[in-house]
Design a protein around this ligand. Structure first.
Ligand SMILES: Cc1cc2nc3c(=O)[nH]c(=O)nc-3n(C[C@H](O)[C@H](O)[C@H](O)COP(=O)(O)OP(=O)(O)OC[C@H]3O[C@@H](n4cnc5c(N)ncnc54)[C@H](O)[C@@H]3O)c2cc1C
Length: 466
């Protein structure tokens, strides 16, 4: 049975339903929220495991943030993958051999469209349909979910056996609360509103933030702006995209296979970055105040180059904004006319009550493997990780685990209950051995090898329980 969106619609949340009882009972079907890279993997893998699936996507096409025509997409004209091709693709759907190591965002989007086409996923996706509420069905909860979707002003509720949330975590800007920011007379935008170098041309630009996006935009400003400052709170390791002529993540993966202790890996990695990039302080950049892998990796071959050419001026942390200037912590005053806040994103699940994902006071969800709700065995989140590699392979294996778990639950409830006890009782795990800095940027930081090993362990347990 397919949800028929042409009948049974109600207008507004309180309207009465036409044609039958409130909402559709979709029986054992699974609802997937979002048709980005994670949602697509979920639709495909759940279908392959025999589940009926309805996927709701509020935009008009697949691809999530890689579809830069979508208003909420944080992708800018020059965005290329930061993780290289082999680690960025789904394990069962390789990117074309003749594509470069780091494809452009339009290629990543084309790849996701091809994936949807190849596996026939579109017919399971309802585009232009936003999920506005997900509540456990029944009192006490039955394990089923009432999912309310909205198209325009019209809402509709359908009942599902399980829900996979794949709504992404790079679309809701995290905005800093600098003193004086609201009274500042220059232009201020968040990086999510940065699309094209034309926005920078001939202007005096301050880019705030040392993440990959901040570094990418600073590099573009170095080439387009009349003057560019790049403000970071600390010194970072700027890892080049290539080491020894190979994509750096591929070199790291080779080193990871040696299973060296973290300290030795850090020593080797730092030595190689220093050898490739040199002494950062010579360029006026602050010395990294932490070891490699203790912050999310910054992969950028051009930042140091442009600093060396005098087109990009590294500055320290911003202290406050005055009416026409920005005051830095070292009391220096600069006068940009455009400030770009590359200050990151926060996860948002406004359609779910916070307790369903065990969100703490800061809004940080606490899920087993960043994926399984401990409160509800039929609620999952896909793609809520910040790996030191590609997200797509992780989203793939997460959704295989969701599907196998749901299969076990249907086939053998008592074995499933035993398995579930181990998940629900397990404390939060860290999937990195490094002492990662405590910030929202690292809430979901995972070493992809450790994380995939933990997922493999879950899959092995599920296999054994079958
Ligand atoms: C600049 C940049 C560079 C990146 N580079 C890399 C890289 O090199 N390698 C890598 O692996 N990852 C990279 N990423 C991470 C990126 O998030 C993942 O590649 C991938 O896009 C995650 O897919 P997703 O499906 O989890 O989220 P998204 O792509 O954000 O998709 C989520 C989807 O859910 C939909 N949605 C949200 N809420 C609702 C709702 N209530 N109802 C219906 N639909 C909803 C959205 O419209 C969207 O289509 C990068 C991210 C950015 C911002």
């Amino acid at each position: 049975m397919r949800v028929d969106h042409d009948s049974g619609w109600a207008t507004g949340a309180t309207a009465t339903w036409r044609g039958g009882p409130p909402g559709d009972d979709r029986n054992e079907a699974v609802c997937v929220i979002g048709a980005g890279a994670s949602g697509l993997a979920a639709v495909k893998n759940l279908r392959e495991h025999g589940f009926a699936v309805d996927c709701y996507e509020r935009e008009t096409g697949v691809g999530g943030l890689w579809n830069w025509r979508h208003t909420r997409s944080p992708v800018y004209a020059s965005t290329h993958l930061i993780s290289s091709k082999p680690g960025s693709q789904y394990p069962d759907f390789p990117m074309p051999d003749d594509w470069p190591d780091y494809p452009h965002h339009t290629k990543v989007h084309a790849y996701l469209e091809r994936y949807a086409e190849h596996f026939g996923l579109r017919e399971h996706i309802w585009f232009g349909t936003e999920v506005v509420r997900v509540v456990p069905a029944g009192e006490p909860a039955t394990g089923y979910w009432d999912v309310t979707t909205r198209v325009g002003q019209r809402e509709r509720t359908s009942r599902y056996a399980a829900v996979v949330v794949a709504n992404g975590h790079h679309w809701s800007p995290k905005l800093p609360g600098y003193d004086g920011l609201s009274g500042y007379r220059g232009d201020v935008i968040h990086a999510s509103a940065y699309k094209d170098p034309a926005q920078l041309r001939g202007r005096r630009v301050l880019v705030i933030g040392g993440g990959n996006t901040g570094c990418d935009i600073a590099v573009e400003a170095a080439q387009q702006a009349s003057r560019c400052w790049h403000s970071t709170r600390r010194g970072y390791w700027y890892t080049p995209k290539y080491l020894f002529g190979r994509p750096t993540d591929q070199v790291n993966d080779l080193v990871a296979m040696l299973r060296l202790p973290l300290r030795l890996r850090q020593w080797v990695g730092q030595r190689e970055v220093r050898r490739a990039v040199g002494d950062l302080t010579r360029f006026g950049l602050p010395k990294p105040d932490h070891k490699l892998y203790e912050t999310h990796p910054i992969v950028n071959s051009q930042l140091v180059y442009h600093v060396g050419h005098g087109d990009l001026e590294p500055v320290g942390e911003v202290a406050r904004f005055d009416r026409y200037s920005v005051v830095l912590r070292d009391d220096r005053e600069i006068e940009p006319d455009l400030v770009i806040l590359a200050t990151g994103y926060l996860p948002r699940f406004e359609f779910l009550a916070p307790q369903l994902v065990a969100a703490d006071g800061d809004g940080r969800p606490h899920l087993h493997l960043h994926a399984f709700s401990r409160q509800h065995p039929t609620l999952f989140v896909a793609g809520l990780v910040q790996p030191d590699g590609g997200i797509l392979p992780i989203a793939h294996w997460q959704s295989v685990a969701f599907a196998r778990w749901l299969q076990l639950r249907a086939a053998d409830p008592s074995r499933a209950a035993t398995f579930w006890t181990s998940i629900a009782g397990a404390p939060d795990q860290r999937f990195t051995r490094a002492k990662v800095a405590d910030s929202t940027r690292h809430w979901f930081e995972v070493n992809h090898v450790l994380y995939l090993r933990a997922l493999q362990h879950v899959l092995d347990e599920l296999e054994a329980a079958r």
